[in-house]
Design a protein around this ligand. Structure first.
Ligand code: SF4
Length: 366
């Protein structure tokens, strides 16, 4: 495949080429061509690529071992990202959430979540989301636009620098669980997977793509040679209830979704995780736990139960501990490994889209 400058979204403001949106071969080709035409020595390319991929440089001015004239030429021709932190919130539990203002003023969120052994970055794949899941703050905001591969990768690049400063360790895991449905922006998302893995060196097993169940995207992920992980936001194992909570169920019903998951697993031999928000009195009965066990039969799975994080304007609350315990007992008796995820960053509205929704409602966003 010939390296090429990425298409949509690869141009920064004033038509500067967005280098963070270039897959590794394309990055080397596009930089190499200009360096050669400017008469630069051959070693410059490796120097530049090292600054971008290893040192996570945010500007050419940081590249102090390059001549000033070359740095200025590079700045005129290329962009290393235009996002600015519009807002940062730090939780008592260490979670750090950012709102990034993109070059056109649109804002997207990313969250750094430190645990004892590693730091996980949750990033956004779209500005807003059109899928309208009823429990989701991003769904409430509606869809604004797709993110380019460069804008997705830039969240990682910026957050990784912050992780190294705040936690003294780089990001260990990346999850596509922020604003947006990754497979509804498949082209840039798949490009960004390549860039993060092959360019920035994040292990494929350390990158998880989380979907509400867009079947074509699951199949595409299964066809990738790298062992990227899959997570499915399920939230109900009963089709009628799921359709009430998640309109996507009407397009890709549970039967079709689970078939795609089985096919993914047959190709990858990877355990698939399922996210399940526990909403009091809605999807947390023992009968629904049994339905979930049935749905997962024959799939190597892992269920994350997440006590629902209430969003402004929706009258739902988290399931009480006794309901969660009863649900867990049924899953465990059915042989389904299960964890109840501790909510992180509640004091800073760290659920997907929540910070931006709260700021929008109080007139602070944009
Ligand atoms: S849960 Fe995901 S897919 Fe559903 S509305 Fe929220 S961002 Fe979109």
């Amino acid at each position: 495949m010939s390296p090429a400058i990425g298409p949509a979204g690869s141009q920064g403001p004033a038509n500067r080429i967005a280098l963070l949106g270039q897959e590794p071969d394309g990055l080397r080709a596009v930089l190499g061509a200009d360096l050669e035409s400017w008469g630069e020595p051959g070693y410059r390319l490796a120097q530049l690529v090292r600054w971008i991929e290893e040192h996570r440089a945010r500007s050419f001015d940081e590249m102090t071992d390059l001549p000033a004239g070359l740095r200025s030429r590079l700045t005129d021709r290329f962009s290393l990202g235009e996002a600015r932190a519009a807002f940062e919130a730090r939780s008592e539990d260490g979670t750090i959430k950012h709102l990034w203002r993109l070059s056109d003023g649109i804002q997207v969120e990313s969250v750094l979540i430190p645990t004892a052994h590693r730091v996980t970055l949750c990033l956004s794949s779209q500005a807003g989301c059109a899928l309208g899941c009823r429990f989701c703050a991003t769904g409430e905001l509606g869809f604004t636009r797709q993110l380019s591969a460069a804008e997705i990768v830039e969240q990682f690049r910026n957050a990784d620098r912050i992780s190294s400063e705040a936690f003294e360790r780089p990001i260990g895991n990346v999850v596509y669980m922020g604003m947006g449905e990754p497979f509804a922006n498949a082209g840039p998302v798949f490009e960004s997977l390549t860039i993060l893995h092959r360019g920035f060196g994040v292990g494929a097993r350390r990158i998880t793509v989380s979907t509400v169940g867009l079947v074509p995207g699951i199949r595409m992920l299964g066809e990738r040679p790298e062992p990227f992980r899959l997570a499915v936001s399920l939230h109900a194992a009963d089709s009628a209830l799921r359709a009430e909570l998640m309109p996507v169920e009407r397009k890709y019903p549970l039967d079709e979704l689970m078939e795609a998951v089985r096919d993914y697993q047959a190709r990858k031999s990877r355990r698939v995780s399922f996210e399940y928000a526990m909403i009091a009195g809605l999807n947390d009965s023992v009968a629904l736990a049994r339905a979930l066990v049935q749905r997962l039969e024959g799939i190597a799975s892992y269920v994350n139960l997440i006590p629902y994080n209430p969003i402004p304007g929706r009258d739902w609350g988290p399931s009480p501990p006794d309901r969660i315990d009863a649900f867990v007992s049924v899953l465990e008796a059915g042989g389904v490994p299960t964890a109840v995820r501790t909510p992180r960053g509640r004091d800073i509205a760290a659920a997907c889209g929540q910070l931006r929704l709260e700021r929008a409602l109080s007139g602070q966003a944009d």
